[in-house]
Design a protein around this ligand. Structure first.
Ligand SMILES: *Cc1c(COP(=O)(O)O)cnc(C)c1O
Length: 350
């Protein structure tokens, strides 16, 4: 097998969902955010495991993603589309029973005209300035929109990963001002918002990254392991260079393992000459550039050629690797390429 294997622990995924579910009061529903192919892990197995654990509602970014969730789960669970109702979405929303979170008066008009009576929610902008109706627009539209019966009002926090950020409370106050007294179910918190405490939970929470084992949920169980097969090893003499552009030069006779896995697999180039891989519990430095399909690793101190090296695993979390790469766990996960051999264990049986 000459592709890297991505092992996905569905029991850890559902344990994270249950723990985040328990973090809010008993009347609060916990959804699962599964946009971008379940944060790169494979939306089918992810939603089936979460549904089996008790999740009844899922959020995706686009209607096309919602169709995949519906096909994996069948009728029943609610599927909310964060981009709302875009031109061309009508047949997807209708045929697959998706619930668009409408972001503007234009979208409200499109939805009510094309699918009268079809469920929808409203997304409000409380300070992030990204998606949703702003205060003035909402004030004007609210009487008529509320009359049409939205099933959910939601907003999203810009800085929830920083509990001390002043914008959290500002957004919370804005959300109250825009939604108090409507009698409609409300959703405000993603993973970071859940950790800010019950004032942020409202009726429904929307965790994503915490389910997959990432920050800011420090208590998360690790879900992924990325293990790369060693294709070849060679001795490199002192003074010889390794890889593109000769960015690493051996200071002494070195044993270099050439490992299958490169930027086309989602191992981003900023890891060149910086990342550490693990042979069991022994750290081994990545040397030279990350190329499209391969990386090179100094295994001199092992004294032998290992069969595999871990890039994400028991000794290096997703976020630790993201720190080395100068990015965040979300980006590393969602770049994990289709060609990786995804292996699932745990999850629903029988
Ligand atoms: C991505 C997203 C989420 C999930 O956020 P996490 O930080 O991954 O928990 C929730 N709500 C909205 C609107 C999002 O875009």
């Amino acid at each position: 097998m000459a592709v890297a294997s991505l092992t996905i622990d569905l029991d850890a995924l559902t344990a994270n969902w249950r723990a985040l579910d328990r973090a809010s009061a008993s009347g609060v529903q916990t959804a699962g955010v599964v946009k971008a192919d379940g944060y790169g892990l494979g939306v089918g197995p992810v939603v089936r495991a979460l549904a089996h654990a008790g999740a009844r509602r899922f959020f995706v970014a686009a209607a096309e993603e919602g169709v995949l969730v519906r096909k994996a789960l069948g009728p029943g669970p609610q599927i909310n589309v964060l981009s709302g109702h875009m031109a061309g979405d009508t047949p997807l929303i209708r045929d697959h029973d998706l619930t668009p979170m409408l972001n503007s008066l234009d979208q409200v008009t499109r939805h009510l005209e094309s699918l009268p009576g079809h469920a929808f929610g409203i997304q409000l902008d409380t300070g992030m300035n990204r998606l949703g109706m702003e205060e003035a627009e909402w004030e004007a539209a609210a009487p008529f929109v509320l009359e049409a019966g939205p099933e959910l009002l939601m907003s999203h926090l810009a800085c929830a990963d920083d509990p001390d950020h002043a914008l959290n409370e500002v957004q919370l106050a804005n959300f109250h001002a825009m939604t108090d007294g409507t009698g409609i179910a409300r959703s405000f918190a993603a993973t970071g918002g859940i950790l800010l405490g019950p004032a942020y939970h409202f009726d429904l929470t929307r965790p994503g990254i915490g389910l997959y084992g990432g920050r800011p949920y420090e208590g998360a169980a690790p879900v992924v392991r990325l293990s790369l097969p060693v294709v070849q090893t060679r001795l490199v003499a002192a003074g010889e260079a390794v890889g593109y552009s000769c960015t690493w030069v051996a200071q002494q006779l070195s044993l270099i393992a050439t490992v299958q896995g490169g930027y086309a697999d989602g191992i981003i180039r900023s890891l060149s000459n910086r990342a550490t891989l693990w042979a069991g519990d022994v750290p081994c430095p990545l040397v030279g550039r990350v190329s499209m399909d391969l990386i090179t690793v100094d295994v001199s101190h092992l004294g032998h050629a290992p069969e595999r090296l871990d890039l994400i695993g028991p000794n290096q979390t997703l976020d630790q690797l993201a720190d080395v790469a100068g990015t965040i766990g979300y980006e590393l996960l969602t770049r994990l390429a289709p060609r990786l051999d995804r292996r699932y264990f745990g999850g629903p049986r029988g």
